[in-house]
Design a protein around this ligand. Structure first.
Ligand SMILES: *[C@@H]1O[C@H](CO)[C@@H](O)[C@H](O)[C@H]1NC(C)=O
Length: 170
């Protein structure tokens, strides 16, 4: 075999091998699927409306192209250092979809606000997968009739002292 023939053989061999490797395509496909989310953003504004309760602040949601969502924000009013607070994401029936209290780890300051908080959630997406919080639908009937007038998902702050604030995630 001269060099050229050898090269041609190697070349043909490589073509055959790559054509016979569906695993390659699978990997590409998985990688692509994981990285094709849109960079959607949303927010919950606690600066007005009676439903904010005593709380004033702003929470932002930012989905990246892998479908992870960073939730960040800060409050400047309504908190008491003697209380504990739950931070919840509800679907439009009032059912708790996510309790993100531990991950957000919100620190209450002595002036009734909070420090800025931020956490990236790999299990929360906004609209990339069917369970995205912006796509949440009330499937199993109203859990909480008092909140059934609100459409869409909500962000909820619930204090151990009894104060509650709820705002839509848009
Ligand atoms: C949310 O999680 C916190 C921390 O784990 C817990 O103390 C609290 O009871 C939970 N609240 C709800 C409504 O599930």
């Amino acid at each position: 075999m001269n060099k050229l023939t050898l090269l041609i053989h190697v070349f043909l061999f490589l073509i055959t091998v790559s054509a016979a490797l569906p695993a390659n395509d699978k990997l590409t496909e998985i990688f692509y699927k994981r990285n094709q989310c849109t960079c959607t953003t949303a927010y919950a504004n606690f600066n007005s409306s009676p439903s904010s309760g005593p709380f004033r602040g702003f929470i932002a949601f930012a989905q990246d192209e892998t479908g992870c969502t960073t939730i960040f924000g800060a409050f400047n009013e309504g908190f008491d250092q003697k209380c504990t607070y739950d931070f919840l994401i509800q679907d439009e029936c009032g059912k708790i979809e996510f309790n993100i209290t531990n991950e957000l780890d919100v620190q209450v300051t002595n002036d009734g606000g909070t420090r800025a908080f931020s956490h990236k959630f790999d299990y929360i997406n906004l609209d990339c997968h069917s369970n995205g919080i912006l796509l949440a639908k009330c499937n199993s009937g109203p859990y909480n009739k008092r909140q059934s007038f609100r459409s869409g998902p909500n962000f909820v702050v619930r204090g151990s002292g009894g104060s509650t604030g709820i705002q839509g995630i848009h």
